[in-house]
Design a protein around this ligand. Structure first.
Ligand SMILES: [Zn+2]
Length: 199
C-alpha cells in the first residue's frame, strides 16, 4: 500500500491538487493501469529527457535558445514580461503578439518572502541594457502582486529610455457593464483608448 500512499502524497503537492483530487487521480490510474500508466511513464520520460528551459527567456522547449528567441520572424526589440510559462502560452494562442518574451517565474510577494532576487528580474534588466530593446510590455496578472511587480520593473527600467507598456485592463469581450465589479470598471476607465473612426 505504500506505493499508493506515496503517489497520493506526491500528487497532492502539485498545484491546485489537494489530497482528495490526488486520491481520485491515483485511483483512476490504478483502475486503468495497463492502458494509462505506460503512457504516463513514456510522457514523463520524454518531458525529462527532451525538454529544457530557454537560457534567454525562460520558456520551455526542445532547445535553448527556444524556438521564439531563435525565430527571425519575431521582433527581438519587443519583450513581453510574463509571470509564468502558462501566460506565455496563452498569449501565443491569442496570436496577438510577435515579439520576444521574458518569464519571471512568479511575482514579488512579501508574505511568501519572494523578493527581486527570487525572480528572473536581474536577467531582464541585463537583457534590456545589452540588447536593442525599444519596448517592454508588462503582462503580469491584474492582481496586487502582479501590479507591484510590474511597477518595480518599470521603475528599474526607467533610466533606459524605452517604451514601457502594460496590458489594458477592463471589460472582457462580451462583458456587460452592470455585471462587472467596480475595480474592473474603474481600471477600464483608466485604460480607455481613442476610438478609431473611418474618416
Ligand atoms: Zn527563449
Amino acid at each position: 500500500m505504500s506505493a499508493l500512499g506515496d503517489l497520493i502524497e506526491l500528487f497532492s503537492k502539485l498545484p491546485n491538487l489537494g489530497p482528495r483530487s490526488a486520491r481520485r487521480i491515483v485511483l483512476h490510474l490504478l483502475k486503468n493501469k495497463e492502458k494509462i500508466i505506460p503512457q504516463v511513464i513514456t510522457s514523463l520520460n520524454d518531458l525529462k529527457s527532451s525538454l529544457t528551459f530557454c537560457d534567454d527567456c525562460g520558456n520551455v522547449d526542445i532547445s535553448s535558445p527556444c524556438n521564439i528567441c531563435n525565430s527571425n520572424k519575431r521582433k527581438s526589440e519587443k519583450v513581453c514580461v510574463v509571470e509564468d510559462i502558462g501566460d506565455l502560452w496563452a498569449i501565443e494562442k491569442s496570436k496577438a503578439y510577435d515579439g520576444h518574451y521574458h518569464v519571471l517565474g512568479g511575482v514579488l510577494s512579501a508574505i511568501d518572502g519572494i523578493g527581486p532576487d527570487e525572480l528572473n528580474i536581474s536577467s531582464l534588466l541585463k537583457k534590456v541594457r545589452a540588447k536593442k530593446i525599444n519596448e517592454i510590455i508588462l503582462a503580469t496578472n491584474a492582481t496586487v502582486e502582479g501590479q507591484i511587480t510590474a511597477q518595480f520593473i518599470a521603475d528599474s527600467c526607467e533610466k533606459n529610455e524605452i517604451l514601457i507598456t502594460r496590458l489594458a485592463q477592463g471589460i472582457p469581450i462580451g462583458g456587460e457593464l452592470d455585471s462587472i465589479d467596480y475595480n474592473t470598471l474603474s481600471a477600464a476607465f483608466n485604460s480607455r483608448s481613442e476610438m478609431k473612426t473611418k474618416i
